[in-house]
Design a protein around this ligand. Structure first.
Ligand code: PHE
Length: 451
């Protein structure tokens, strides 16, 4: 049943597409405030150490699983061990949960890009602009649909002509935009003060919580434990050097997160000091930053460029989420890419509508006291992703053995420099931390207790 699977043209195409998946809203709206709140430089240091050990181990595992089995997640885990069939389904479920709400947020990004294009800088800075927009009925739905269709069109283009091509264009532009905006913001009076606040380590803010926060962030940011890297790994040619690719993807993701911090933290710091950094998530990007752009010389242009940057980052991520679903559907049901894409499109539309309306007329719909968007986000990031990562570690570390993965990595005679670290991570350290993360998330959510 050797059916023709898509593939990336080579190492660079793969790295850019995977980096496209990794670099997303997480880098731009979650990393900067987290770093600012958890001790600046010390958080950054912890994050980098975790990325080089834990992140490296998990990403290598997922890509190697994909490449070894040549399958999408549902089949891939099953091929490794029949008893772990459930893990494939679990991993594949995560993109299904994420896609609709990620596209709703993508629609907001699109809206803000248009707002700056039209020169509505002052309106966007007004109190209540964001709530009024997301709470309205028709407009967010239209932006959501446009964003979703854009994602769909790219995925319809296939692995090489859609995903790889768009990543080759958007990712270099994204880096250029980040650097350009950073330089502009750092030349504003008072910005260096903000940069110092961001970069200087504050050891008094270091605790177990710092590690947990950095770990959670890293997961989300590197698109780990949701079948995406397995899927992309399965499109990777056998001769591509895995460790080098993983290093490059991580470098890309971390550099963009650091740059995001260097633009967002100083910008907010200039206009509202340390308190300004207390908002995170959507609030930072859609409420705080527009106020900053409203006060800044050249705010319209910078605001527009900033949201173009966010749009590129988000699009290459939602494309990877949709592709993970599409690859499973194609493989599982033996259907064409077109049919799989269109089915996914219809599903995401159907689920995205209540998610979007949940901010307005349907705000009454709540699960466990959360609106739909918050609930889906919680379920995927705080429950399923750590679980999938934990089971992956158990599978690789204790059932099939790390050798299965390290052999795949070194199949072309490639050197695996951090092999020892890899083995220790997967077998011992990562599982322990994953259990801590799971417990701490659950306590925080339901017991109101934070570590
Ligand atoms: N890694 C992406 C980010 O940093 C987020 C993402 C989440 C991508 C889920 C794909 C799937 O924003």
């Amino acid at each position: 049943m050797e059916k023709k699977r898509g593939s990336f043209t080579g190492g660079l195409g793969f790295v850019l597409a995977a980096a496209g998946s990794a670099v997303g809203l997480g880098n731009l709206w979650r990393f900067p405030p987290l770093a600012a709140q958890y001790g600046g430089g010390i958080f950054i240091l912890v994050y980098i150490v975790l990325a080089l050990t834990f992140g490296f181990a998990l990403m290598t595992t997922e890509i190697a699983i994909g490449r070894k089995t040549g399958s999408s997640p549902v089949m891939a885990y099953q091929k490794l061990c029949r008893k772990f069939k459930f893990l494939g389904y679990l991993a594949a479920a995560i993109p299904v949960i994420i896609l609709p709400y990620y596209c709703v947020i993508g629609g907001w990004v699109l809206k803000y890009m248009m707002v700056y294009l039209q020169g509505m800088t002052a309106e966007a800075a007004g109190d209540g602009f964001f709530a009024a927009f997301t709470g309205s009925t028709v407009s967010p739905l239209i932006y959501f649909a446009v964003y979703l269709v854009a994602t769909w069109l790219i995925v319809m283009g296939g692995v090489e002509k859609g995903i790889e091509k768009i990543s080759r264009i958007m990712m270099p532009l994204l880096v250029l935009l980040s650097i350009g905006i950073c330089i502009y913001i750092l030349t504003l009076p008072g910005a260096l003060e903000g940069a110092r606040y961001y970069l200087l380590p504050d050891f008094s803010k270091f605790s177990l919580k710092t590690i947990c926060a950095a770990m959670g962030q890293m997961f989300f940011s590197m698109s780990l434990a949701m079948g995406i890297m397995v899927t992309y790994g399965s499109y990777t040619k056998k001769e591509v050097c895995l460790t080098k690719s993983v290093n490059q993807i991580e470098l890309f993701d971390t550099v963009v997160a650091l740059l995001a911090g260097l633009m967002v933290v100083p910008a907010v710091y200039i206009f509202s000091g340390e308190e300004g950094m207390s908002s995170s998530g959507p609030g930072l990007m859609f409420v705080t930053l527009p106020k900053v752009f409203g006060d800044m010389a050249g705010g319209r242009v910078i605001g527009f460029l900033f949201f173009v940057l966010v749009l590129f980052a988000a699009l290459t991520s939602s494309v990877s989420v949709m592709e993970a679903i599409v690859s499973v559907l194609m493989e599982h049901f033996g259907i064409s890419r077109k049919a799989a894409c269109t089915g996914t499109l219809i599903f995401a539309l159907a689920v995205g509508i209540p998610v979007s309306l949940g901010n307005g007329i349907w705000s009454g719909i709540q699960i466990l006291g959360m609106d739909l968007l918050t609930f889906f986000d919680y379920l995927s990031n705080s429950v399923l992703m750590p679980l999938v990562a934990l089971f992956t570690c158990i599978l690789v570390g204790w059932v099939i053995g790390t050798k299965t993965i390290t052999d795949e990595v070194t199949r072309n005679g490639e050197k695996f420099g951090r092999k020892r670290i890899y083995e220790i991570m997967i077998k011992y350290i990562a599982p322990v931390f994953l259990v801590i993360i799971l417990i701490s998330y659950t306590l925080a959510q339901f017991g109101g207790i934070t570590l």
